[in-house]
Design a protein around this ligand. Structure first.
Ligand SMILES: NC(=O)c1ccc[n+]([C@@H]2O[C@H](COP(=O)([O-])OP(=O)(O)OC[C@H]3O[C@@H](n4cnc5c(N)ncnc54)[C@H](OP(=O)(O)O)[C@@H]3O)[C@@H](O)[C@H]2O)c1
Length: 296
């Protein structure tokens, strides 16, 4: 995978700093930007502002970016800021939420440019209480594909819900992305990641640093950090980046880290091409997988 696509820039909890941080992340080289139509945790409007600032400055074109946002059902919303009518039918809620996202994510400042706006991936933030409701959201989202939304995905899913989306007759567009917390409590999603690999679905992991402090004191992480003279956090990112089809959510608010995280990932991919390093990386990655499987 292209190193720029190994990280997804996460924009949760950035509040009023969101626009500047998004612009900085794009300048640093991030190309996938994650958010949600959930004002309680994300400023989607300011992500759009940061993206437009980067386009106007000539740092990127809209087509260089992969912009992903989410439909967050009512139970995940603050009722004072919800971007759709919570009393409307589910399909109407989806249409209103997507319309608001398209407006926020227009690539030019003038409001009319919303007509050209599109979203690269729209994720369902979490399955609804029943499969029938989840399918109602999915079929409403499908209607925007391909002109307004390019691909669909799902977050915080279990394997049975994911499999149901693959089996349901009403689902004509299968999920392209699964975004879940990557942590020991779900046994690092081995079953889901296996399913994703088989179905060619990208797995995006969040909480990689926050939920896995214990991994920083494990042997493969320490050994790789020593070997390439980097931090334990970066070594953890690098070992995870060795899983094919795995993208890491990275929401750093530190401009230097934005640059070093990407630069070190690029250097690591070049370093490990040398055969001795490649053997060592395979061995450490194998040991790392064993640590995850033991999963304390
Ligand atoms: N789908 C969902 O339900 C869901 C839920 C949660 C999050 N997300 C997404 O995932 C994104 C990431 O969230 P997250 O919970 O994984 O955490 P995060 O916001 O990425 O926070 C990671 C923490 O690690 C630090 N950090 C980053 N790079 C580092 C490095 N190289 N060395 C040391 N520390 C480093 C950051 O500090 P500094 O800022 O100081 O660098 C920050 O405190 C969110 O913004 C959101 O887009 C999705």
């Amino acid at each position: 995978m292209d190193p720029q696509l190994c990280f997804v820039y996460g924009t949760a909890w950035k509040k009023v700093a969101t626009a500047d941080l998004v612009h900085q992340a794009i300048r640093a080289g991030f190309r996938i930007i994650d958010m949600a139509a959930q004002p309680r945790h994300y400023r989607e409007d300011l992500v759009g502002e940061g993206m437009r600032a980067a386009i106007i400055a000539g740092d990127v074109q809209r087509s260089d970016l992969l912009i992903q946002t989410k439909f967050t059902w009512t139970s995940g919303q603050d009722h004072k800021t919800i971007p759709f009518n919570p009393d409307a039918s589910i399909p109407l809620q989806v249409r209103q939420s997507v319309a608001s996202s398209l407006y926020n994510l227009r690539s030019r400042d003038n409001p009319e440019s919303v007509n050209e706006a599109y979203i690269d991936c729209l994720l369902l933030h979490f399955p609804l209480p029943t499969l029938n409701q989840t399918l109602q959201v999915w079929t409403a989202l499908q209607k925007f594909v391909p002109s307004k939304i390019r691909t669909l995905g799902i977050c915080n899913t279990s394997l049975p819900v994911l499999q149901a989306l693959f089996r349901a007759k009403s689902v004509t567009l299968k999920p392209s992305v699964v975004q879940n917390r990557f942590h020991a409590e779900t046994s690092y999603d081995w079953d889901i990641r296996e399913f994703c690999a088989k179905e060619n679905v990208i797995y995006q992991g969040f909480g990689v640093l926050k939920s896995n402090k214990w991994l920083l004191s494990t042997q493969p992480v320490i050994k790789l950090a020593e070997e390439i003279n980097t931090t334990l956090e970066i070594a953890l990112f690098l070992l995870i980046s060795e899983y094919p089809n795995f993208q890491i959510l990275n929401g750093t608010g530190d401009e230097n880290r934005m640059e070093t995280d990407l630069k070190l990932l690029q250097q690591f991919k070049e370093w490990k091409v040398i055969s001795h390093n490649s053997d060592m990386t395979s061995l450490l990655h194998h040991q790392f997988s064993a640590v995850l499987m033991a999963g304390h």
